[in-house]
Design a protein around this ligand. Sequence first.
Ligand SMILES: NC(=O)c1ccc[n+]([C@@H]2O[C@H](COP(=O)([O-])OP(=O)(O)OC[C@H]3O[C@@H](n4cnc5c(N)ncnc54)[C@H](OP(=O)(O)O)[C@@H]3O)[C@@H](O)[C@H]2O)c1
Length: 290
Amino acid sequence: MEKKKILVQFDPDLHASVFDRVVAIDSGVDELFSYSNVQPEQVRDLVHGAIFTRGPKDLKNTALFIGGANVEKSEKLMEKALAAMVPQFGLRVSVLFDANGCNTTAAAAVRTAAKTLDLNGKKALILAGTGPVGQRAALLLAKLGAQVLLSSRTLEKAQFAVLSLAKKIGESFSPIAVQIANEDELVKSLKGVELVISTGAAGVSLLPEKIRKAIDSLKMVIDLNAVPPLGIEGTSVMDKGLVRDGVVCFGAIGVGDLKMKIHRAAIAALFTANDQVMDAAEVYEISKGF
Ligand SMILES: NC(=O)c1ccc[n+]([C@@H]2O[C@H](COP(=O)([O-])OP(=O)(O)OC[C@H]3O[C@@H](n4cnc5c(N)ncnc54)[C@H](OP(=O)(O)O)[C@@H]3O)[C@@H](O)[C@H]2O)c1
């Protein structure tokens, strides 16, 4: 008899994310084991509980989800979880990493762009791309062949992010770091850009309307900030392909439906094999189904 699908949720926060728990149930898991306030040194024993209970052929019905509001803390849990598996004996389970929605959000934004634009060789700017979502969006766009510019208020921070991306995707594909600390630098960085994805912190306005309207090359803007003031002035969180001044616009809620579909599909896909590690690129692959 097929074993029940058990999703084990690790969350470093005091309370495991309710959002992630609801999505897990909506994705069809039979049992959800939620662990909150998980510390890196506790991960090994928790993982061993998951991999040493069912035989290798049934382990595809146990999977891990790593969430949490602080992506760096969750990355440490991910590292420990992968190290605790025993793959040489088939004793491992599939893992999905989506701390603070970083992978599903980045995948939804890039998939939204790719459905309309041929991104190969095209210039794309990730505004305030140094955060978890921005870095992942940059990585996915670069893998699609776009010429990616990743901005920060300081060049050093953008360069640091680009360096870490180069390690993952190779230097020849890696984005170009740009500093945008004032309007002159913004206008300069927007030259020839067809796609802007705004990934700044909640409530931070990054692209004034008058500048957006003056960029002739611009074809699409996607703003992932849902908290006013929006990242891209003169758009709406609800925009879902609305054309404003000749530019296709998407707001955070506009890409939210796709994000949710990707999140649910990624959880469902965990239970098809016991050896998957789903990070940005793998989650993007899933997004291609939508
Ligand atoms: N719809 C969803 O489900 C969903 C899920 C996750 C995230 N989001 C949204 O996606 C966006 C990106 O998320 P994230 O977690 O990657 O963002 P984040 O880490 O909070 O911030 C991204 C970048 O914004 C810049 N920033 C921070 N404070 C700023 C300020 N006061 N002025 C100007 N720039 C500032 C910083 O870049 P520099 O210091 O390098 O300039 C930072 O690295 C957020 O708006 C978030 O709310 C949506």
